[in-house]
Design a protein around this ligand. Structure first.
Ligand code: BES
Ligand code: ZN
Length: 648
């Protein structure tokens, strides 16, 4: 099977598309560099990449829905420094059966002590020199192949195994993976650090009535039969990617083309709605390319998942994963698509070397996303999104403890930056630079930045050095105006931040003012409101309201019945803050269905802020809903409900 696939892969890969050339015109590098500067050291991995590192992962796995495990082999290509004796991988609960060299001879290995939250080191002795294979065209003499036979544990944190009831069709099971930030070590034995880029390929064998998709090139569209009751699908990612971007889903999936290089995968029940909602995606790719240079990943497809998907979107290369809560029927949440697409540059092409610098992924992407939305729908629509982000930034800074709180810094310890400040403050940083140097100059700089660092890791220090070299260029007056170090390293918001205000949202503010001075809800014209107008309104309402006012809001605007998940979540947050019990059935229905952290964590946190009344409901709600949540979301909510975490 593998040989057949490899042959097919060779044929399919033979003519490398022009887009696979790197910026300077040379052909794609297969082995990506690592950074060895002190700030690029990743404390969330056990790997020591300067001694030995994985450059290619080849998976051959079967999805066993009964045992809830991925089972099979991982074959790793490892390069190493002179004298290195071992390679260290990351391992979160993998069940390892054997580890051998390329000829099948056993290698010595052991699993070291687990560290809190990051799993254990899997330490493997490198095969002896005579077992080395050296490919004639491979410039790396110090390369060994390691073969691991293993399976994932049933509770693997990257994987959610859904019973048919939790899918749209309710007839077939479903499986998906979520790698970011450090979950993939629960199903792939490799060095799970964003600074260690790897190419990969995978054969995924699934029950014959299901289809597998992955974040790489799909080599045989319909797969091949594997025995009577199974089918194998083969995927190749020929560009080095950080391992958190290896992703897979299996289900009753159908595909609809939306443009020459774009399309959507989902269950047949959601296909029409998805195709309507995301109709503009091809235009988004075109707009993104004219802003910051070629799209280098071939196809840009999307996978619309069941509602338990823990995020709004996840930028898996060639195949963005999306929550179905985006399907509001008015295309007002396609900023999430623009966001995940933008990650094809900021994040997937130039990647934070460690999670201490996640703003390099998320802040750049939030800025870029807004530029795509502006290119497609004009400045006012973009202003709505950035104005709401400004609100979010102010809320987050306050919740973090104010402008002096260390967690309001962009560069900090991994996971330290509060809430979504890596998005909000990070994108404001770039917007400030745009406004200071002018759009044309900043766009030219950014295009060059993506080119210079394509397929490489990046740090805050590296970005600052690059912008000083290529944009500031010794201009002292400009340097003083920008306050780059303050933005990157200090808490709070520097005084040169730019607040974009939306005229559409200003109208909503007028409605809010009227409401606050006692106007009837029925006097507010909410006809045709986008998600953004609803959010400005609902989040702008006083946090304390009399029961009669809450009832009036719900009766007039039908908030508890809203099919827009953003509206429903914002309303429930307000209802909870007021201990408004008539909204509880809507809360139970919502939290038992939607697993998107951003929409449900605030509800649990809000309940916990309401003393015993809320804590009791939170515990009961979690008990009834937790089976529907992804393991990472379930763990976050367990911490909120047990009082050991906030709902950020
Ligand atoms: N990469 C993130 C999702 C993510 C973040 C996964 C942190 C794991 C850890 C993705 O690009 C993202 O930011 N999604 C947002 C949507 C965006 C429009 C703000 C989301 O999920 O809400
Ligand atoms: Zn993102």
């Amino acid at each position: 099977m593998r040989i057949l696939f490899s042959l097919l892969a060779l044929i399919a890969l033979a003519p490398l598309p022009a887009a696979a050339q790197s910026g300077d015109g040379s052909s794609e590098m297969r082995v990506a560099p690592i950074l060895t500067t002190p700030e690029a050291r990743d404390v969330w991995t056990h790997a020591k990449p300067e001694e030995a590192r994985v450059t290619h992962v080849s998976l051959d796995l079967t999805a066993d829905f009964d045992a809830k495990e991925m089972r099979g082999t991982a074959t790793l290509e490892v390069i190493f420094a002179q004298g290195a004796k071992q390679v260290i991988l990351d391992d979160a609960g993998l069940v390892i059966e054997s580890i051998t060299d390329v000829e099948g001879a056993p290698l010595e290995w052991h699993v070291g002590e687990a560290s809190p939250n990051i799993g254990a080191p899997l330490i493997i002795a490198l095969p002896r020199a005579d077992a080395a294979i050296s490919k004639p065209d491979d410039p790396q003499p110090n390369m060994r192949v390691i073969h691991i036979r293993y399976r994932s544990a049933p509770g693997a944190s990257a994987l959610q195994w859904l019973p048919p009831e939790l899918t749209a069709g309710k007839a077939h099971p479903y499986l998906f993976s979520q790698g970011q930030a450090i979950e993939n070590r629960s199903w792939i034995p490799t060095q799970d650090s964003p600074g260690i880029r790897q190419t990969w390929d995978a054969t995924i064998t699934v029950p014959a009535d299901l289809v597998a998709v992955m974040s790489g090139n799909r080599m045989i569209p319909d797969g091949v039969a594997a025995g009577d009751s199974h089918r194998s699908f083969y995927f190749v990612m020929d560009k080095p990617v950080p391992p958190y971007l290896i992703a897979m889903a299996v289900g009753n999936l159908k595909f609809r083309e939306l443009g020459p290089r774009t399309g959507v995968w989902t269950e047949p029940e959601m296909l029409d709605k998805a195709a309507y909602e995301f109709a503009d995606v091809e235009k988004m790719v075109d707009a993104a390319e004219s802003l910051y240079g070629p799209y280098r990943w071939g196809r840009y497809d999307m996978l619309l998942l069941p509602p338990s998907f823990p995020y709004g979107g996840m930028e898996n290369p060639t195949l963005t994963f999306l929550t179905p809560t985006l399907l509001t029927g008015d295309r007002s949440n396609t900023d999430v698509v623009a966001h995940e697409l933008a990650h094809s540059w900021s994040g997937n092409l130039v990647t934070n070397a460690t999670w201490s610098d996640s703003w390099l992924n998320e802040g750049f992407t939030t800025y870029f996303e807004n530029r795509i939305m502006e290119a497609l729908y004009g400045p006012e629509r973009a202003a709505m999104y950035s104005d709401l982000d400004w609100d979010g930034m102010e809320r987050d800074i306050k919740a973090a403890g104010g402008s002096d709180a260390p967690s309001t810094r962009l560069h900090g310890d991994p996971g330290e930056t509060f809430g979504q400040l890596d998005y909000f403050k990070g994108s404001n940083f770039l917007r400030m630079i745009e406004h200071t140097v002018g759009r044309e100059r900043f766009d030219a700089y950014l295009k060059g930045y993506f080119d210079r660092h394509a397929f490489q890791p990046q740090t805050t220090a590296g970005f600052l050095a690059d912008i000083r070299e290529h944009l500031v260029q010794g201009d002292e007056a400009l340097e003083a105006k920008l306050k780059l170090d303050q933005w990157a390293y200090q808490p709070g918001l520097p005084d040169n931040a730019v607040h974009i205000e939306s005229a559409t949202l200003a109208k909503v503010d007028a409605d809010l003012a009227a409401f606050k001075s006692g106007a009837a809800v029925s006097a507010i014209d909410t006809d045709g409101w986008s998600t953004q107008e609803w959010l400005r309104f609902l989040n702008g309402l006083p946090r304390e309201l009399p029961e009669a006012r809450l009832a009036e809001l719900d009766d007039t605007l039908h908030l508890s019945q809203s099919t827009n998940a953003y509206v429903r979540s914002a309303w429930l947050e307000l209802a909870i803050a007021n201990r408004y019990e008539p909204a509880l059935p809507a809360l139970y229905e919502f939290a038992g269905q939607v697993g998107r952290g951003l929409l449900i964590r605030p509800l649990y946190a809000g309940l916990m802020a309401q003393g015993e009344w809320g804590a009791k409901i939170a515990a009961d709600l979690f008990e009834k809903s937790k089976a529907t949540y992804h393991p990472t979301t379930a763990a976050q909510i367990a911490r909120i409900v047990s009082g050991t975490a906030t709902g950020e």
